[in-house]
Design a protein around this ligand. Structure first.
Ligand code: 5GP
Ligand code: ZN
Length: 118
């Protein structure tokens, strides 16, 4: 459902739904995916709701840049010494299930990943 009022990630930001957090500042939140597809699988989101990457415009430029620059830092801290995958599912054909923009970060030994990865 495309509704900020009923958005599960906004509820995580607000602390109304618990999450296993890796990182938080005034603009961003990172937390472990509830159904990990790899030994490391976390989500990095803007705290301010935007449905998807397709709904971003120039106003989201700064926060998108912050997200992408934060990814390698958090991946390193999570132990992804040998690389990681960054995924942004967008819209129905992109397989997006939660309509609050989020970046998946997956890592760890490839033979331990579950298929299909997001
Ligand atoms: P999407 O398919 O929208 O790109 O991915 C949504 C992701 O959010 C899925 O990998 C799913 O496991 C994760 N997810 C959905 N609900 C929750 C939740 O309540 N808590 C956490 N930590 N992850 C969630
Ligand atoms: Zn939201």
């Amino acid at each position: 459902m495309k509704s900020q009022d009923n958005c599960i990630f906004c509820k995580i930001v607000a602390g109304q739904i618990p999450s296993n957090k890796l990182f938080e500042d005034d603009e961003l939140l990172a937390f472990h995916d509830i159904h990990p597809k790899a030994p490391v699988h976390f989500l990095l989101i803007p705290k301010t709701h935007v449905d998807s990457l397709a709904d971003c415009g120039p106003g989201e430029g700064d926060v998108l840049a912050r997200i992408m620059l934060k990814v390698p830092e958090l991946a390193r801290q999570a132990g992804c010494d040998n690389g990681f995958r960054t995924v942004i599912n967008t819209g129905p054909d992109g397989g997006q299930e939660v309509y609050h923009l989020h970046v998946h970060v997956l890592g760890g030994p490839r033979e331990q990943w579950k298929a299909p990865a997001p």
